[in-house]
Ligand binder design. Sequence first.
Ligand code: AHR
Length: 502
Amino acid sequence: MRASATAHSGYVIGQVDSRVFGSFVEHLGRAVYTGIYEPDHPSADANGMRQDVIDLVRELDVPIVRYPGGNFVSAYYWEDGIGPVDERPTRLDLAWHSSESNAVGIHEFADWADAAGTEMMLAVNLGSRGLDPARNFLEYVNHPGGSYWSDLRKKNGRDEPWNVKMWCLGNEMDGPWQTGQKTADEYGRIAFETAKAMRAYDKSLELVVCGSSTPTMPTYPQWEATVLDHTYDVVDFISLHMYFKNHAADTATYLAEAARLDDYIGTVAGIIQFIKAKKRSKRDVYISFDEWNVWYHSEEQDKKVLEGNSGWPEAPALLEDIYNFEDVLQVGCILNTFIRRADVVKVACLAQLVNVIAPIMTVEGGPAWRQTTFWPFLFASKYARGLAFDLAVDCPGYATDAFADVPYLDVAAVKSDVDGALTVFIVSRHETETIDFTLSLEGFGDRQIIEDKVIAGHDLRATNGPDGEPVAPMDGAGATVGAGRLAVSVPPLSYRMIRLGA
Ligand code: AHR
């Protein structure tokens, strides 16, 4: 089978914002406790943070991390997480049926973010709380001093403000599982008033309003239209979330889900334009896809805790999906979709970062290790920051129940801001055939292959673990560049990343 594409240096989709390779740490399961924070761990730094985890986060080069939730934020009292640790209250977390010690709060997380070389994206509670705690939190975090909340921060040991720019106005407020779920009008009003107050403090903040928690919500897509109608003038992003599942072990259908993601982005982009036109507005609102990942492997084992049959455990193992090789392909397709929608998706957060549906796992008291999905995320994070190109792809496809024509090859290309290399990301959905793929390069000058990595040949259910990481990239072979053309044979069910240097 053959497929071809053309990359033209003038056919630019847009700049891939580095924040598309963001992630998420929630007070959920072992993400914080025994994930990023484990004071008794042999690698713990002076703040009790696991250095082995920090090293892996640095390897992924995550530019921004959303915190502290997620569902958790919808009943969170941020004030519980400040002041002397031994005086902080233990609270019942309704979202994850767990006990929250508050040993980690904003100070500890900010120190961790600093150590991990990432920025914070903070969420305020618009579920059980509202405007006042949100503006107080903002003052605590960003005001230099001379006010009640900023002076309290200083008293608690942090002199300089953290100057956090991105703030999420609640989380998934359309979801019945949320503490303080709201209708679109109720949420739109509280989000508008909270955004107004936060902007009254600092006009330059970047505010994210909640879109639907998934495109299967009954209120989608009217939710987006109503919420943006209330908030368009005061927000910068609308947040989308989507999780991917393959309960039926049907690879073809599973790997076609990126088409649903693309539709979702396209629909919301259209709603943004509709509201912009309706309001005769000159400002633009973009998409913050601040939760996405594969999430289904752990669902069965989580039921006991989530249904309340384990009491209120502290940091129980929850959402500990162990990813397989098939998920490498899925994550590769999702990242390619974000690259192809770089015109409108300006922030995205892999949910989550450590232990909870995460690329990085830890053993309490033991090693940290890389899941299979660590790799496609790492390659995109390292090499997809730059200009994304609209590739004219000509590739045979297949039909699923939901989609008429899903191309066997999923391709995206980005020219790096850093070194000008053109990186091509290719995922093959074909289950049996090798595809001979050629990419014509127009306007990119002479190019040569400077790196070629492939993840292929594994059993679809192959996984990594603390004792070994067999699903990892290898050097690719056989690709050639000549006469303005990249030629590569793409094996069935494979991930490939080829960098073409100038
Ligand atoms: O990431 C896990 C959970 O998924 C988040 O807490 C919530 O926002 C979403 O439903």
